[in-house]
Design a protein around this ligand. Structure first.
Ligand code: ZN
Length: 222
């Protein structure tokens, strides 16, 4: 069977704290492709003061959400950049089935990687997360705590727990994620693009599993 893929158009999915950001960075270096998140895209446009950027800036300053249509326009533009010719990693998009269909109408995704952890594990990981209320440096009570409890190493600010990081808020976000991701997974599973990865492992191990999953799907990947 010789259906080697020449492109690496990847969608990365997974609940909060699953390690998606870390794996996204690793895969981006491994394949020499850009990692694209809608947040970064918005910031870029705003900085460039483009027509869309100004629209987005206005929406955000009014406390409104950027619509699916506007996000899609921006994404379409971003994906047509020369750096996306051989592939890209979409992190945090698509978030709903409408966005999946938009995306499907402009490009052919090669791999959809879902890194999953249980709700319990996500709550456990986020529970230890702390952040400096002054400079934004993040800490983990177990893995990399501040040297002095509650005090930032860098600026002396207070190291606190974000309101979003309390178990009730985390559980609510996870519930929303699970509901929204279900039809997305179904769509990509049907297209035989879905690679499911258990996120309960070391960073290196998860990268290995992702690579193996891609090879299994498409033959050689690099
Ligand atoms: Zn600080």
């Amino acid at each position: 069977m010789n259906n080697k893929k020449n492109t690496h158009k990847i969608v990365l999915l997974g609940p909060q704290a699953c390690g998606k950001g870390t794996q996204g960075k690793i895969l981006s270096e491994l394949f020499g492709i850009s990692r694209i998140s809608t947040g970064d895209m918005f910031r870029e446009e705003i900085t460039n003061k483009s027509e869309l950027g100004i629209k987005i800036q206005n929406l955000i300053s009014e406390g409104r959400l950027v619509s699916d249509e506007l996000t899609f326009k921006l994404l379409k533009k971003r994906l047509s950049n020369i750096d996306c010719r051989n592939g890209f990693i979409l992190d945090g998009y698509p978030r709903n089935i409408g966005q999946v269909k938009y995306l499907d109408s402009i490009t052919n995704i090669d791999f959809v990687i879902e890194i999953d952890i249980s709700n319990r594990e996500a709550v456990f990981r986020i529970k230890n997360r702390r952040i400096c209320d002054k400079c934004g440096t993040s800490y983990d009570l177990k893995l990399f705590p501040s040297k002095k409890e509650g005090i930032c190493d860098k600026c002396g600010g207070n190291v606190v727990r974000r309101a979003d990081d309390y178990p009730e808020a985390i559980k609510k976000r996870l519930m929303i994620y699970r509901n929204e991701v279900r039809p997305i997974l179904k769509f990509y599973k049907k297209k035989k693009l879905l690679i499911k990865i258990n996120g309960l492992n070391t960073v290196e191990n998860i990268t290995e599993r992702i690579k193996n999953g891609m090879v299994e799907k498409m033959g050689e990947i690099i």
